[in-house]
Design a protein around this ligand. Structure first.
Ligand SMILES: *Cc1c(COP(=O)(O)O)cnc(C)c1O
Ligand SMILES: [Zn+2]
Length: 415
């Protein structure tokens, strides 16, 4: 059994038993999972975690699943010491958490592994989700492994690779003529009519807990500490709030020291409702209509926006928006300094990191962690027109030498 005590409303604090629901009946606020931390503290230790499996089960005490966690190989992704990018940005302790390396190539496998495990415990036989792209693939992949039907709803203008990368697992893929916020509203209505496990609607409280593992891993990989600064891509804000919650939990259990992490939001300028609210000093997020190449973060009305703003205030962090051109440059920079090809969301984070480093926001010896959450092969079109073409040659030495001379004469590569 898990150590879950129940669900609690994040607004009015009312408590509920564990059930597939995401809203408080009294005030319609979102509910979240609460645990028996006393009991957890008697069961958990650094030594026990270190001996555990290199997957989501490693931190099982702090996850809301009673039985086995559905596992397609998610988690314990590398935390890379980014020496070259760090040198360029004058940061001596820069780290990249490379979550491109999950089974469906994004951090969404973490949340879905927990959501699907819980859906099965609740007795659902059908999965569903409203996706900005990566969730679709993660749900469909886990559905295939668990032998469940899945229905994935996406905005019709998604990147082709994300559509194919979901379809291949055999779900019913539904392309909605609308933006993500419309897809999400539709799914909330569908969740009332169909007895399905909508992973980010009625299963959302459990889904969200999966994101904590990204924070747990970073803390463990840094030698049991939270970083001095974290740069986190924000769509609905769930990942951001749960990475923070994860570090607070580790501290309250005595596994790490006090959390003094400056939390930074990274968004695309074409979809930056949280950055706008932060800059205007507001406590609530005003919805926007997204228009950016970073579709995975294109949520105009982020469900967890106000909780992200609270953490920004509490942690003394900040929020940065970057242009689409900066996103492309960020993708190239990360690839060309560290050999990591991330999708547009990784471009957002890298560009935000560069901007913050340029303003000398971080002391040069600070431990800075950038969360890179999805792989570049899913958004090839973002960079394809921005790279030098291949040298076209005949299979002869002279043809190669000629082409090489020509390229050199044209000046250095545009990269
Ligand atoms: C979904 C997603 C995020 C963050 O999503 P939240 O809704 O804020 O939790 C970050 N990066 C990528 C690549 C994503 O697909
Ligand atoms: Zn409430």
């Amino acid at each position: 059994m898990s150590f879950v005590k129940g669900l609690r409303c994040r607004e009015c604090g009312h408590e509920y038993p564990v059930a597939p629901t995401n809203v408080c009946e009294l005030c319609f606020g979102p509910v979240e999972v609460v645990y028996e931390y006393e009991a957890i503290s008697r069961s958990i230790s650094r030594e026990k975690i270190t001996r555990g499996p290199l997957n989501m089960s490693r931190y099982k005490e702090l996850l809301p699943v009673d039985g086995d966690i559905i596992d397609i190989g998610t988690g314990f992704t590398p935390l890379i010491r980014a020496k070259h990018l760090g040198k360029l940005l004058r940061l001596e302790n820069l780290y990249i958490k490379n979550d491109c390396l999950n089974p469906s190539y994004s951090f969404k496998d973490r949340v879905v592994s927990i959501a699907v495990s819980k859906a099965i415990e609740f007795g659902f036989d059908t999965l569903a989700c409203a996706s900005t792209g990566n969730l679709a693939g993660a749900v469909a992949a886990h559905g295939a492994q668990a032998g469940l039907q899945s229905y994935v709803f996406v905005p019709a203008n998604l990147e082709p690779s994300k559509l194919i990368g979901a379809s291949v697992y055999g779900p019913t893929l539904v392309a909605v003529d609308g933006d993500y916020d419309q897809v999400n509203r539709l799914c909330s209505e569908l969740a009332d009519r169909f007895n399905w496990a909508f992973v980010n609607v009625n299963i959302r409280p459990f889904y969200a807990e999966g994101s904590k593992t990204l924070g747990f891993e970073v803390a463990e990989q840094l030698g049991w500490r939270a970083p001095d600064y974290a740069i986190v891509p924000v769509a609905s804000g769930s990942l951001f709030t749960k990475v923070w919650k994860g570090w607070q939990e580790l501290h309250s259990l005595g596994l790490i020291g006090p959390v003094r992490t400056g939390m930074y939001v990274a968004q695309a300028a074409g979809s930056s409702p949280v950055v706008n609210a932060y800059e205007a000093g507001k406590q609530e997020v005003r919805p926007v209509k997204p228009n950016t190449i970073c579709k995975s973060l294109a949520i105009g009305n982020p469900a967890d926006g106000r909780y992200v703003l609270k953490i920004l205030a509490e942690s003394g962090g900040g929020a940065v928006a970057v242009s689409d051109d900066d996103i492309v440059d960020g993708m190239k920079l990360l690839a060309q300094t560290e050999g990591i090809f991330a999708e547009t969301a990784g471009g957002v984070v890298t560009a935000a990191l560069r901007k913050l480093a340029g303003k000398k926001v971080f002391p040069k010896d600070a431990v800075v962690v950038a969360l890179i959450t999805g792989a570049g092969y899913k958004t090839l079109e973002a960079v394809s027109g921005h790279l030098p073409p291949a040298l076209q040659i005949q299979p002869t030495v002279s043809s190669f030498e000629e082409a090489l001379q020509k390229r050199k004469a044209e000046g250095k590569s545009t990269a």
